[in-house]
Design a protein around this ligand. Sequence first.
Ligand code: TRH
Length: 361
Amino acid sequence: MTFDIFCRVVDNYGDAGVCWRLARQLVSLGQTARLWVDDLPTLARLAPGLDSAADQQTAHGIQIGAWDAAEQASPPRHGVVIEAFACQLPTRYAAAMAQQDCLWINLEYLSAESWVEGCHGLPSPQANGIPKYFYFPGFTPATGGLLREADLLERRRKASADDRRQRLQALTGLSTADLPDDARVMLLFCYPDAPWAGLRSALAQHSAPTWLLVPGPAPAGLQDQGALRIMPIPFVPQARFDELLWCCDLNFVRGEDSLVRALWAGKPLVWQIYRQDADAHLDKLDAWLDRARWPTAAQALVRAWNRQDSAAVQQAFTQALSPDNWRAWQIRANAWADELAASPDLAQNLLDFCQKHRQKS
Ligand code: TRH
């Protein structure tokens, strides 16, 4: 099948990150993928080697087109058109879809809320004469699932046998010879409003040393203190982002795609969810925490992190790092990754969904 994926970058990296990952997955499943994106420089940060100025190019088997060029393009005959995150297709292109007998999918944002199960896969009638199907990623078999490459957990297992210092050095350029044996390595990938002062206090006073890896410049004021060392690192290509997560004992992640990758790492993680109006994101966070079933202190840490409450972060983090809580958190994180991996991944589910619809029509 041919998949045309449309992506508008609202901000940050997640919109392009999810679409690029999905396109790569579909190609690896033997499908044809075209990706139309309105912000090539952002995509090129995730996939170095792309030409940020080219209207058309092919990379990793994916045809990549600038958004403006899509207005002149034809939808693929009997193909699938994926509108990522309700990004609104170009008018002329959308008008041509019925004649080309396309299947129209709106790929939604990830949510752990239970209503998602009831809405996943539902059609909604559209002005161009064909229905648009809502496709919800999610954490249960009644949803569209989570993106996961077929060999991901096997690659993770193999990487765990490698020397961490060497892996980290090769990936980030950090000189890791003086990484203490008993140090914890943590990644801090968060939004600018994260209450990092609480994290700094908890780690500075902790009995074991911590190396905190910060992609890009660290927030002003987040400096070495006590047992804590701050290590700015470069942004790694998306294809190697998992390796970075695997090197760490705990990953602070954000948005959508880095959350899913940190889940597959099978390690403790702290998620900073993308903010929504009227604090709607806090309900989404609670729904996710219900499924995560972290130890109580780890749950309190995630809530405090998302409420910008530094004092509560310091207290909960200190508790979450106590030997019993830490062990319980590690065990649960690993078990949850295995539980989630028992379901088919999002790209395979999507392909099955489209093939079923094609057979019916
Ligand atoms: O960057 P994000 O916050 O992106 C988004 C957007 O804000 C979007 O509008 C919003 O809707 C969505 O979140 C929920 O977080 P995310 O989704 O984790 O995307 C980050 C991407 O960057 C992900 O694909 C991983 C990648 N990445 C790298 O490839 N290398 C790196 O070094 C780092 C730190 C990240």
